[in-house]
Ligand binder design. Structure first.
Ligand SMILES: Nc1ncnc2c1ncn2[C@@H]1O[C@H](COP(=O)(O)OP(=O)(O)O)[C@@H](O)[C@H]1O
Ligand SMILES: [Mg+2]
Length: 223
């Protein structure tokens, strides 16, 4: 499903070149749950951004769903992103919309028929355990609930791949455990999951394959 071959990424900040990833190669098969571990600055976010083509690689090939994403045209990039759910540390919900509307929005822009939208939104909310909060506004949610709403929004299109970048980064332990449990359920439902975290506790608790990054290089791949 994902294959990186000798991938490097260098950011140019004015005249300065900042290396973010260096000669990274690995493969992730359909149905895997992979933890991308490593300290802050190791290159985790950069790696995820290459997968959904927020950035092109500087060198090497990034293959997702059998496509070389570095060479995609604009319309193909849009199609790629529709097949990938993404969640971040911050839930980024629209404050003036209810939970239901926040999740429904991504289906509306795709032109999904209204009756399908209702069913699919409630499906997604059920998966994340938020059915009873559909009419709440983001300000009324706990941080853990907000993150679950963001997860519902990420999976409502039923993407085969879910990327989570520090999804537990701003949560206390109990809420973090809940989010990990939801991610596990999503994975058990057949979605391939890649979770980036700098929290060694989180990586250890998951007991899944762990790719450890340090200074832009894969230093460990086990589990
Ligand atoms: N947009 C950017 N411009 C310049 N440097 C960046 C940019 N994004 C990340 N970097 C640098 O790339 C390296 C890896 O960052 P990042 O991928 O965010 O690591 P992580 O997510 O593991 O904390 C760091 O040195 C960071 O400063
Ligand atoms: Mg990061």
């Amino acid at each position: 499903m994902i294959e990186l071959h000798r991938v490097s990424k260098v950011y140019a900040v004015g005249p300065v070149k900042v290396p973010a990833l260096c000669d990274v190669s690995f493969r992730i098969d359909k149905g895997e749950f992979v933890v991308l571990a490593g300290p802050s600055g190791a290159g985790k976010t950069t790696l995820l951004r290459l997968l959904y083509r927020a950035e092109p690689p500087s060198d090497g090939e990034v293959e997702v769903f059998g496509q070389d994403v570095g060479t995609l045209r604009r319309a193909q990039v849009a199609a790629l992103r529709r097949s990938i759910g993404v969640v971040f540390q911050d839930a980024k919900l629209l404050p003036v919309r209810t939970v239901y509307e926040n999740v429904a929005f991504v289906l509306r822009v795709l032109g999904t028929p209204r009756r399908d939208i209702t069913a699919r939104v409630f499906d997604a909310l059920r998966v994340v355990g938020l059915s009873s909060r559909a009419q709440a506004y983001p300000a009324q949610l706990s941080q853990g609930e907000a993150q679950r709403a963001a997860l519902a929004r990420a999976i409502v299109r039923r993407p085969p791949l879910l990327l989570a970048d520090e999804p537990t980064g701003s949560l206390d332990d109990a809420m973090a455990a809940e989010i990990l449990e939801v991610l596990r359920d999503i994975w058990a439902g057949g979605t391939t999951v890649v979770l980036a975290t700098h929290q060694a506790r989180v990586a250890a608790a998951l007991r899944r394959r762990t790719l450890a990054l340090e200074a832009g290089r894969v230093v460990k791949d086990e589990g």
